[in-house]
Write a new protein. Structure first.
Length: 294
């Protein structure tokens, strides 16, 4: 089997896997899992009846960040209890969720009191979504050039496909980098009461934040894009080599044809001797006997 056929088949399968992983990660809500031990918090507050504890108890029953939740790029979902004071809806997987607000557009000017760190986090979050969308467009363009290249066995089209897949890899990797930047700001900077730095001490002590399976799928998708790009580059090199071999083989079967003058030989046929008339005398040339011998 030709090298190009094997390599391009593997590259196609890897590309499909990469797109599937990125698409699943992009649309699901399991990037972070935040487990809140509500029972421990409520037991602690029940043993203290001061004003501060009463205020915290009101927050525990109303604020969404006191509930166990999963967080994705677009939604925050509550697999266990859901906050009664937050308006939620059922996601496609039948989980109660509310949307992550990127303030596009900011109709009520809710960002007027944002700090510089909060603005930085918001811009990184918006850019992250944009980079993911552009990476999907790059993969779609790679699909078009890849189908054309495989149909025509064109090394140029396959090289373009490899470049587009590499671009998709870089864009998605950049989006993942921005996601980690957003995560860092939410944990280490003062960007809102719902994030770690402004949580109460009792909430910080009774919360566990872990990466979830959507995050893992996203990074696997990035590396799959890189692998597909390398396989397409290798397939393009194989096609170049095979086309050169085909051209060399064709040259060997081409024989030079030159115009030639052909000699035409005319055959001389022997002339038969005249046959005598029946019953008549037989005369030959120069005979001394004949009717007219002068």
């Amino acid at each position: 089997m030709p090298c190009s056929a094997v390599t391009l088949s593997l590259a196609t399968i890897t590309s499909i896997i990469a797109v599937a992983l990125l698409a699943i990660a992009f649309t699901t809500d399991n990037w972070l899992y935040v487990e809140v031990k509500r029972t421990n918090i409520q037991n602690y507050l029940s043993r203290h009846s001061d004003v501060q504890s009463q205020a915290l108890l009101d927050s525990v029953n109303s604020k969404y960040y006191y509930f166990t939740r999963t967080k994705g790029l677009f939604r925050v979902c509550y697999p266990k209890e859901r906050p009664p004071a937050v308006k939620t809806y059922l996601s496609p997987v039948e989980t109660h969720c509310n949307n992550v607000n990127y303030y596009i557009p900011d109709e009520n000017n809710e960002t007027r009191d944002f700090t510089e760190d909060a603005w930085t986090r918001l811009h990184m979050g918006r850019s992250m979504i944009a980079l993911f969308i552009i990476s999907f467009l790059s993969v779609f363009a790679a699909f078009c050039t890849g189908v054309t290249g495989c149909w025509r066995r064109s090394p140029g089209n396959i090289t373009a496909t490899a470049i587009l897949m590499l671009l998709a890899c870089l864009l998605s990797a950049g989006a993942m980098g921005l996601w980690h930047g957003v995560e860092y700001y939410e944990k280490e900077k003062v960007v809102g009461e719902e994030f770690y730095q402004q949580w109460s001490n009792i909430l910080q002590e009774n919360s566990d934040v872990m990466y979830d399976w959507s995050f893992v799928l996203a990074w696997l998708g990035v590396f799959s894009c890189l692998g597909a790009s390398l396989l397409f580059f290798f397939g393009s090199c194989c096609l170049f080599t095979e086309k050169d071999k085909e051209q060399l083989n064709n040259v060997q079967y081409i024989m030079p044809v030159y115009p030639q003058k052909q000699q035409y030989a005319y055959a001389s046929y022997p002339v038969a001797a005249p046959q005598p008339y029946p019953g008549g005398p037989y005369y030959t040339q120069g005979s001394a006997y004949g009717p007219y011998n002068y």
